[in-house]
Design a protein around this ligand. Structure first.
Ligand code: ADP
Ligand code: MG
Length: 285
């Protein structure tokens, strides 16, 4: 209700035309004609969108549709090839350390890295600590609470290599929460997690959003979008649709994605790349 009123007051779902792109009050992320390329392959073409504080934007689309690429650009891991981007009133790479929490797809993480669950979540605090401040009791409490929030409180001492996929996913979400970011980017956090874990993650994310955090999250799970998101973005190497989940579901765009993902068995890791899609190394964190 408040969120809706806020957005209505802002009256914007597309960035205004103007000279230099900026974030208006209430806007966490603005892109204008954003184009993202890998060499000469265009992963995302001409995307214009706005994400507000206190809203969760879901990003859906078939494999290779540019979902992860969009998150990486917003996180500052890749630079725009064309167009403009405003993140938290600035450029992603100029933001203070830890302002953005980016949780990559689990496949993109090096799980042999020697760290316990506690270590990984504590890294979220280190991202925020000024050099002169030691890791304090308050930081410990935040790490503890973040682990509890994702139902991983009892597994702090476990090595991250010895976790199930769903547990790994939750550890990285806990690290992001412990970071207390100003923007949260989640790349398929529900892939490979059971229904109970998904419910727990959704509750955590919805609470953060209710507290004003902007969240952008990709997903393959097309069934729960209304519970997760305030708005839904459908990508297929460009913006196909953006709107409330209800409106997007009612549109043909969403039906097209459903059809596509169902016929192509999107969750399989052996899924063949689309024709013309190059093999590529994933980003390491
Ligand atoms: P999605 O997350 O929607 O599955 P991605 O954003 O990961 O899609 O990838 C979009 C397209 O860009 C895919 O065709 C993929 O092969 C390609 N791509 C992704 N990362 C790279 C890279 N580092 N180098 C070259 N091509 C890439
Ligand atoms: Mg992806």
């Amino acid at each position: 209700m408040m969120r809706a009123a806020l957005r209505q007051a802002q009256g914007d779902t597309k960035p205004a035309r103007g000279d230099k792109l900026s974030c208006a009050p209430g806007q966490a992320v603005v892109t204008r004609d954003l184009t993202l390329r890998y060499d000469d392959f265009t992963a995302l073409d001409d995307a214009s969108l706005v994400v507000h504080f206190g809203e969760a934007l879901g990003v859906v689309g078939p494999n290779g549709s540019g979902k992860s690429t969009l998150l990486k650009a917003i996180a500052g891991l890749i630079l725009p090839s064309a167009g403009e981007l405003c993140v938290l009133g600035s450029q992603p790479r100029k933001l203070p350390r830890g302002a953005i929490a980016y949780v990559p797809q689990v496949e993109a993480v090096d799980w042999s890295f020697p760290a316990t669950v506690w270590d990984v979540v504590a890294m979220g605090r280190f991202a925020r600590l000024p050099f002169y401040r030691r890791f304090a009791t308050s930081d410990r409490e935040i790490v503890h609470d973040a682990l509890e929030a994702v139902n991983m409180g009892s597994l702090g001492k476990r090595h991250i290599a010895n976790l199930s996929g769903g547990q790994q996913q939750r550890v990285f979400v806990a690290r992001a929460i412990a970071q207390e970011p100003n923007l949260l980017l989640l790349d398929e956090p529900t892939t490979g997690v059971d229904a109970a874990t998904e419910d727990a993650l959704r509750e955590v994310v919805r609470n953060l959003v209710a507290g004003g955090l902007p969240v952008i999250m990709t997903t393959h799970d097309l069934d729960n979008v209304e519970a997760w998101f305030d708005r839904l973005l459908v990508l297929d190497r460009k913006v196909i649709a953006i709107g409330t989940p209800h409106d997007v579901i009612a549109s043909r765009a969403y039906a097209g994605i459903r059809e596509h993902t169902h016929t192509h068995g999107h969750l399989r890791h052996d899924h063949e790349a689309h024709k013309g899609h190059a093999a590529h190394p994933e980003v390491k964190v």
